[in-house]
Write a protein that binds this ligand. Structure first.
Ligand code: IPE
Ligand code: IPE
Ligand code: MG
Length: 260
């Protein structure tokens, strides 16, 4: 593990060496979920239009995927576009769609090189066909990769995800395929977008708001939450390591009692 860490750290030149010293590599959260918020406010602060912030945010994601991989996070779930974000002006929505599409083209080779496996969460049917194709292509190209799982939430809503699972299960019950008594946590989770992924251990929200905004509502039941004022485009690899260091100080009791 440690050998792997140093090998990768040498390979990636922009990793802050000192910052990683505070991380206990034997207690890294397996699954980190991020609400990447604050793009618009960051742009405004720079005297630029909101879309400038979205472009800068895509660069932040690039650097955070690397540091997550280097410290040994196994799954990184990122909130890119919510089921509620359609309420925004059509120009902004279109810009974000283009950006996602460009990201999937521009980053694919590098993600593949880093052995990253791509997954997506959300209702893809409502997305532009060109993006749907790129998502399928990214899944296919990275299918055999064994490194970090990058799980991108696009047109994703936690409530929508739960409703879809309920509908799927209800129809199986109606067709006599399963009995209502058979509906348990495992069966329910098998019908979520996140099927077969363990729940997030750490939920990060940038941009200063203290809410979950419909992200992974079922899965974050026992996630440790870490927030910061920093807007997503200004979020650094050091900030990510700060979140990991904070996670490592937590006492996760899951409703039980402290072992100490
Ligand atoms: C997050 O940044 C990105 C998306 C929701 C697509 P915002 O666009 O929400 O930026 P703020 O929160 O308005 O600053
Ligand atoms: C959450 O941010 C969605 C994403 C980061 C994609 P929002 O900006 O949409 O959330 P609210 O509106 O502040 O709750
Ligand atoms: Mg926002």
């Amino acid at each position: 593990m440690l050998k792997n860490f140093f090998a990768k750290r040498i390979k990636i030149k922009d990793i802050p060496l000192a910052a990683t010293d505070n991380i206990d590599l034997s207690n890294v959260p397996k699954h980190v979920a991020i609400i990447m918020d604050g793009n618009g406010r960051w742009a405004k602060q720079q005297g630029k239009i909101r879309t400038f912030g979205h472009s800068a945010g895509a660069q932040t994601l690039r650097s955070i995927v690397k540091i997550a991989d280097v410290v040994g996070v196994k799954i990184l779930s990122v909130y890119a576009f919510s089921t509620e974000n359609w309420k925004r002006p059509v120009t902004e929505v279109n810009f974000i769609m283009e950006l996602l599409s460009d990201y999937l083209t521009a980053e694919l080779d590098e993600l593949n090189e880093y052995n990253v496996k791509m997954r997506f969460m959300g209702d893809k049917d409502a997305l532009p066909p060109a993006i749907q194709k790129k998502m399928e292509h990214a899944i296919k190209i990275t299918a055999d990769n064994t490194g970090l799982i990058l799980n991108v939430a696009i047109n994703y809503g936690g409530q929508d995800e739960i409703l879809r699972a309920v509908r799927k299960i209800a129809s199986k019950v109606q067709q006599g395929e399963i009995k209502p008594e058979a509906i348990d946590k495992k069966l329910f989770e098998d019908n979520l977008y996140s099927r077969q992924l363990p729940p997030p251990d750490l939920l990060i929200r940038t941009g200063g708001d203290l809410r979950v905004s419909n992200f992974m509502l079922w899965q974050i039941a026992y996630a440790e939450i870490w927030t910061c004022q920093t807007y997503w485009p200004a979020f650094t690899q050091e900030n990510f390591l700060e979140a990991i260091a904070s996670y490592q100080q937590r006492d996760r009791r899951y409703g039980g009692l402290n072992k100490k």
